[in-house]
Design a protein around this ligand. Structure first.
Ligand code: NAG
Ligand code: NAG
Ligand code: NAG
Length: 438
């Protein structure tokens, strides 16, 4: 048996797609087996329950190499270095596991999440190759590699683009790219960004980068990457979309049944679905604008509404006990014939339903691929990280989406008190264009 060691980042956005890709390898070659080494993050992102809920599959193993809660949480004392210290803290456990594996089978190589490049050290100790599994797409990969070169090789101060109105020429982009849509962490000079790019720099030591995209979608970027001598071989393997009912692990099967039943009762392509990802939530003021837009637009809607963590606290959104506490008075009563509000959404199940006619999304890459897969038009409402970028590419480079907002930024660490509010009118006009398209 040829054993692959897969080290994902244990956040749902990363791991669901990683597991799906691993299954594709196993289906293609009966001589491979894959061990996922799971490093559970100190905040619960539902990964443990998700893995528990998977139907077991031959040759696919999940090995829990988590540190104890106290050690893991200890790394949180420094937010900037947290992720890297956390990952490095697992090196000896990885070494131990691979050492034991080597007694009975041959270790064939490591597949690493983009943040786990320090594990290349361990692969080197065992003299096996490393590959990166890049859960985002080729344009973002090109962007990361370009800024890594600017920063580390040309020693350019990219923070000067922070508040500028310039547009940059970037090899993996067709259009000039406005600097204001660039993820801030690519530009600033904080320690966290330096560590991020030190990780990206190590991509060049690997034997290949596996990207969740496909040539027809991103031919320009993929061509630019393969033309570059600095970049290892690129493997576009997408779209990798999980049908594992990825949210059913929350075990709220009654709620899921009620969602499906409600969708079954609606006409084809008549419902707009609003969902903002596992970190997505809004303050009361913004929720009222969305509600008012939904009430005025007249379309049927399914809205995944999540409660923000307390101000200043880094945590994932939770469920409301009572939606009335945040919605305009009488909203639920007035819209009960055509709208449904839900908590956590089984996104793949919903997007695959014929009654869905449009998707208002934070534009995480997984969400984009899922929506493209099911042919559902998207209106963009990016919240954080590289999503402004996604929205720009989706609307401008590929013409696949409608714009609600391209440069809306929520500081989800809760430090920024000046949150931009997207108005009822902006939301309404986005909804109008979205639902006409479908
Ligand atoms: C798996 O190994 C067997 C025995 O070495 C070989 O005959 C077979 O072709 C291999 N399968 C693949 C898909 O390479
Ligand atoms: C889900 O909930 C049902 C009923 O509460 C329970 O019987 C079942 O074991 C649960 N499944 C999982 C995977 O936790
Ligand atoms: C690819 O990912 C980048 C960054 O995540 C994003 O900007 C872009 O929109 C994605 N590609 C497409 C076709 O959406």
């Amino acid at each position: 048996m040829k054993e692959l060691i897969f080290i994902p980042l244990a956040g749902l956005g990363h791991i669901v797609s990683a597991i799906e890709f691993a299954k594709q390898i196993l289906n293609r070659d009966e001589n491979f087996s894959i061990s996922f080494l799971i490093m559970e993050l100190p905040l619960d992102y539902g990964v443990h329950n998700f893995i528990q809920s998977l139907t077991s599959q031959p040759r696919l193993k999940f090995i829990d190499i988590s540190l104890d809660e106290k050690t893991s949480s200890g790394f949180l004392n420094n937010h900037e270095t947290f992720l890297y210290n956390f990952i490095d803290g697992h090196k000896s456990l990885v070494r131990e596991y691979v050492h034991n594996i080597c007694k009975t089978s041959s270790c064939y190589g490591f597949i690493l999440d983009m943040f786990c490049t320090s594990m290349i050290d361990i692969a080197n100790e065992f003299n096996v190759p490393s590959y990166i599994y890049f859960a985002s797409n080729a344009s973002f990969l090109g962007l990361c590699l370009h800024f890594e070169t600017l920063r580390n090789e040309q020693h350019s101060d990219t923070s000067r683009y922070m508040n500028s109105n310039e547009a940059l020429s970037i090899p993996s982009f067709k259009n000039l790219c406005p600097t204001k849509v660039l993820p801030k962490h690519l530009l600033d000079s904080r320690l966290a960004s330096t560590l991020f790019f030190d990780g990206i720099c190590r991509f060049k030591e690997t034997k290949g980068i596996i990207v969740n995209t496909f040539f027809e979608l991103e031919s320009f970027s993929l061509q630019a990457l393969s033309d570059s001598k600095m970049v290892p071989k690129i493997y576009p393997v997408g779209p990798v979309v999980s049908f594992e009912k990825s949210s059913h692990f929350r075990n709220n099967s009654l709620e899921i049944e009620s969602i499906i039943k409600w969708l079954d009762d609606q006409q084809d392509s008549s419902v707009v679905f609003l969902c903002f990802g596992s970190m997505g939530s809004f303050e009361a003021e913004q929720i009222k604008e969305i509600a008012t837009a939904l009430e005025h637009c007249g379309h049927r809607f399914l809205w995944s509404l999540r409660k923000s963590p307390p101000k200043g606290k880094v945590d994932i959104p939770t469920s409301y006990n009572n939606y009335e506490e945040v919605l305009p008075k009488g909203f639920l009563e007035r819209t009960k014939e055509r709208g449904k509000i839900i908590g956590w959404a089984p996104q793949v199940t919903i997007l695959s339903h014929p009654s869905i006619g449009g998707f208002v999304s934070h534009c995480g890459w997984n969400s984009i691929l899922e929506s493209v897969h099911f042919g559902v038009p998207i209106a963009t409402w990016p919240l954080y990280a590289e999503q402004q970028m996604n929205a720009f590419l989706l609307v401008k480079e590929l013409g696949l989406g409608e714009e609600i907002k391209l440069d809306y930024v929520v500081d989800f660490e809760g430090k920024n008190n000046q949150v931009d509010i997207v108005s009822t009118q902006e939301i309404g006009s986005g909804l109008l264009k979205l639902m006409v398209k479908s």
